[in-house]
Design a protein around this ligand. Structure first.
Ligand SMILES: [Zn+2]
Ligand SMILES: [Zn+2]
Length: 273
């Protein structure tokens, strides 16, 4: 009985561990699908503007831009998840050990300054920033640039999707600020379950809401981490108001993104130089 309960608990734990990544992937692809639909079929939603504004070439530019952002989000997220931030495989110790080094009793090893143990990942992480619940993995020295680059493209993609969905809000509010339109914008699930709106209207309202909320959330994360990167701080150091490892703005940029940091919007993987 105990082993069955343990197995069920392990399964649920594993599911919870992967759930945020699965949910985020679903949302990213749903938003891209909806914006592609808006570009290809519906945009602009006003019928009298369709032929004049949205030529085939203009639609192609829109589609290329959004798929460029989608590929970069997925590519950087994949590199982030594939890059283990732990100290496993790194030679530590010997004469280099000095002030600031600690001993991790869980991993049974000496760890350098800025390294700390993560009880979710169950490893010591080099230059640990924080444990990201959305990816289910720690952000550390090895995968920090992929994390930043993923945030950059998510921010660009959500800004674009929010602007594209502005017309959805305009169409919903065209009937005026009524109880129906306000509830559709704020509580689309309730409107769908109670049969007040069609599945199509729900899907548009839900994705438009997700774009706005996602944009606000990602903006906060992106600008906070951009600010930390410029200051050469980790989140833990920011909490304790210390920045002992700052190398100056340019030095911090080089340290986080590589010597060719200005090319990180193309591929952060080859910025190290
Ligand atoms: Zn440890
Ligand atoms: Zn962790």
């Amino acid at each position: 009985m105990t082993s069955f309960a343990t197995k069920v608990f392990c399964r649920v734990e594993r599911l919870c561990y992967h759930l945020p990544v699965v949910l985020n992937t679903f949302l990213v692809f749903s938003i891209t699908g909806e914006v592609s639909y808006l570009v290809m079929v519906e945009a602009p939603l006003e019928a009298d503007q369709r032929k004049t504004v949205w030529s085939a070439r203009w639609k192609t530019v829109h589609l290329l831009a959004q798929y460029f952002m989608l590929v970069n989000i997925c590519w950087n997220a994949m590199l982030f998840l594939k890059t283990c931030p732990s100290i496993k495989g790194v030679f530590l110790g010997g004469e280099s050990m000095g002030q600031g080094w600690r001993y991790c009793y869980t991993c049974e090893t000496h760890t350098p300054p800025r390294c700390s143990h993560c009880y979710d990942c169950k490893v010591c992480v080099l230059r640990r920033d924080h444990h990201c619940v959305f990816f289910g993995q720690c952000v550390g020295f090895r995968n920090y640039r992929y994390f930043l680059s993923c945030l950059l493209f998510m921010w660009c993609g959500l800004l674009y999707a929010t602007l594209m969905n502005a017309e959805v809000f305009i169409v919903i509010l065209k009937e005026g600020v009524t109880l129906h339109s306000v509830l559709l914008l704020l509580l689309p699930w309730i409107m769908l379950i109670s049969g007040q709106v069609s599945a199509r209207a729900f899907a548009f309202a839900f994705i438009a809401d997700t774009c706005v909320l996602g944009f606000l959330l990602v903006s906060a994360f992106f600008f906070f981490h951009f600010f930390l990167m410029i200051r050469g701080q980790t989140t833990r150091e920011w909490y304790s108001n210390r920045r002992p490892y700052s190398l100056g703005v340019l030095g911090n940029l080089h340290h986080a993104l590589g010597l060719r940091w200005y090319l990180c919007w193309l591929s952060v993987r080859y910025c190290r130089g």
